[in-house]
Design a binder for this molecule. Structure first.
Ligand code: G6P
Length: 587
């Protein structure tokens, strides 16, 4: 999703901004740009492509000046073009803006500005903000009142950094992330700590509906009424320094490989938080669970396990759908949210709706400084370190472990699960990628992959198909085994690959029946199982488990590895799949 950055200090701004943008690349984007101020003049460069690529063509980092702003854009309003890339200049050329989010009333505002004689070059909603700022600055002649007047006219959700031609920076946070970095002789503004972590680990997490003005190294933080607010400087976790690839070819491979360790760290040292959450769940009448993408697949697992092991009913709701089914939520209930980033707009909106119904919010979240943590009553951290690869890997297995830990607390001693066994089973799959690499070569030219699982393995089949889609761009579909004969069987022929998630548990023989039905239609079968079968054209062996709850994790790992190697075979970028973003902060 779009990243914004601002810098004001004693060093040349452009190279610092370009580095910051590079570190935030994982958020997903299609174009990039930088603007700086020097001698009371704004200069700007921007273009379509990756930071490295655009920089080597037009030298973004060669811009002069010690104040600047930068942006990576993930297109929402208007195509991916140089003109639509940020920063945007106001008509006078005296104000520049970078923006993340969506302005819902931009058409109406644009019309008003056009009637006033303003001319628009781009199709973006962001250019409306910068011209509105110009109009208001000409009326108020000061930055503070300009910002207050402008935000009173905007509808939607946004954070933006604006640079005035005298080098003053201002930034606004309204339901999109914005963080200030405090260096020795410099200030940073960014949507992400990674935008400035190389320079400082002192940060101010600006509250929603606050804005900041940085004028000649003086910083002021104000609320939307213009009153000064108190702020705290937080030490950013050194963990962010881990956000390097190290010796790995890709972040995705690094993150897949970290899982023997991250599953042991999930929910570590937070027994009290888990107990509080479990006690609350026990006493709650209605419980709902929500998430997007991978995190929603974890929610599907929660639904099955809580009912099976703790006899607790939880209703799953896809976050982006909640606005259309808010009537489902009974007042005074509990909403459990699962989110790696804690910034998914759909999840935050779901929270918003639930809070209006006086629900308590329990969040399972990786980024403890995210918007979601601020909105939650109870928080459980995934503790798996920064996840940079756009496709979620280690966060998914950490989410499952945390759900297990909550269940463990709910059921007391009935739920014996050996986390070391889980960690070990992951290591075994990671140590033997050769066979999976061979299968990846076969899969690279296929156009359709179906993934079958029954019971608790169905959400894993959903997650597997999501991973394959994201990383390989191959059409993939998760199917509950029994549903095969109710439609998908019509699609099976010799061009198709079917992945059968088939551990030796209570689902085994029914899943074998589905596999036979597929095989007899000529499709090729990849069996993920601890039990060999002649039916499989390719067998990916997983370790036999002493507890069936090891399987959802041990069968996830080979699929992550497979998706990664198919991506390499297809020469797609596993870390930054096309059109996708790590943290989807728009609806
Ligand atoms: C995006 C990512 C997915 C992720 C989803 C939810 O769509 O591309 O990989 O699963 O967001 O993200 P969250 O941070 O809320 O878990």
């Amino acid at each position: 999703m779009c990243s914004i950055i601002g810098y004001s200090g004693s060093d040349i701004a452009a190279p610092i901004i370009v580095k910051g943008l590079k570190r935030m690349e994982y958020r997903g984007y299609d174009s990039v740009g930088v603007a700086t101020e020097s001698d009371n003049k704004i200069e700007l460069k921007k273009g379509v492509g990756k930071v490295q690529q655009v920089n080597s063509t037009i030298q973004l980092d060669a811009l002069c000046g010690k104040v600047g702003i930068g942006h990576t854009r993930w297109a929402t309003h208007g195509n991916v073009t140089d003109v639509n890339a940020h920063p945007h200049l106001s008509n006078s050329g005296k104000i520049a803006i970078v923006h993340n989010g969506i302005i819902e009333n931009f058409e109406e505002l644009k019309k008003q500005l056009e009637d006033d004689g303003y001319i628009f070059k781009s199709e973006t909603d962001s250019e409306v903000i910068v011209n509105l700022l110009q109009r208001n600055y000409e009326i108020t002649t000061n930055v503070k009142d300009t910002i207050i007047k402008t935000i009173s006219e905007l509808k939607g959700r946004y954070s933006f950094v604006v640079m005035f031609e005298d080098g003053t920076l201002a930034a606004v946070r309204y339901r999109e992330p914005l963080i200030i970095g405090i260096g020795k002789n410099n200030h940073f503004l960014s949507s992400d700590v990674l935008g400035f972590i190389e320079y400082t680990d002192d940060a101010i997490y600006i509250d929603n509906e606050n804005f900041v003005i940085i004028d000649k190294n003086q910083i002021q933080i104000l609320d939307f009424n213009g009153d000064t607010v108190k702020y705290e400087i937080t030490k950013v976790s050194k963990e962010f320094a881990d956000a390097y690839k190290g010796d790995y070819a890709h972040y995705t491979l690094k993150e897949i490989s970290e899982q023997p360790d991250t599953v042991l760290r999930a929910g570590e040292n937070i027994k009290n938080a888990i107990k509080t959450v479990a006690d609350h769940i026990k006493s709650s009448n209605n419980i709902y669970i929500t998430g997007s993408g991978t995190s929603y697949n974890a929610a599907l697992i929660a639904k099955q396990l809580f009912l099976k092991y703790a006899k607790i009913k939880i209703e799953t709701i896809i976050s982006s759908e909640l606005q259309f089914s808010s009537y489902v939520i009974e007042p005074n209930s509990t909403l459990i949210t699962i989110s790696q980033s804690g910034e998914s707009a759909d999840v935050l909106d779901a929270v918003h709706i639930a809070k209006q119904k006086n629900c308590k919010i329990i969040s399972i979240v990786n980024s403890l400084t995210s918007s979601l943590t601020r909105e939650s009553n109870m928080i459980i951290g995934m503790n798996c370190g920064p996840e940079i690869g756009v496709a979620a890997t280690k966060s998914f297995t950490s989410q499952i472990i945390i759900l297990y830990k909550i269940l463990d607390e709910l059921t007391k001693d009935d739920f014996n699960i050996d986390f070391n066994e889980i960690s070990h089973s992951i290591s075994i799959s990671l140590d033997n990628p050769e066979k999976i690499k061979q299968i990846a070569k076969k899969l690279k030219d296929t156009s359709d992959i179906y993934v079958l699982g029954r019971g608790i393995h169905y959400p894993i089949a959903m997650e597997a198909s999501l991973k394959l889609k994201e990383l390989t761009y191959i059409h993939a579909e998760g199917i509950p085994g029994g549903e095969l004969k109710h439609g998908p069987l019509a699609l099976m022929d010799s061009n198709v690959f079917a992945i059968i998630i088939n551990p030796d548990d209570s689902t085994y023989s029914d899943t074998m029946t589905s596999a036979r039905e597929i095989k007899s239609r000529g499709a090729k079968i990849i069996g993920i199982s601890d039990k060999r079968s002649d039916l499989y054209d390719y067998w990916i062996e997983i370790p036999k488990a002493t507890n069936e709850l090891t399987y959802p994790i041990s069968e996830t790992i080979p699929i992550q590895i497979l998706s990664y190697y198919v991506a390499l075979e297809k020469k797609t970028d596993p870390d930054y799949p096309r059109n996708l973003a790590k943290s989807v902060t728009v609806k």
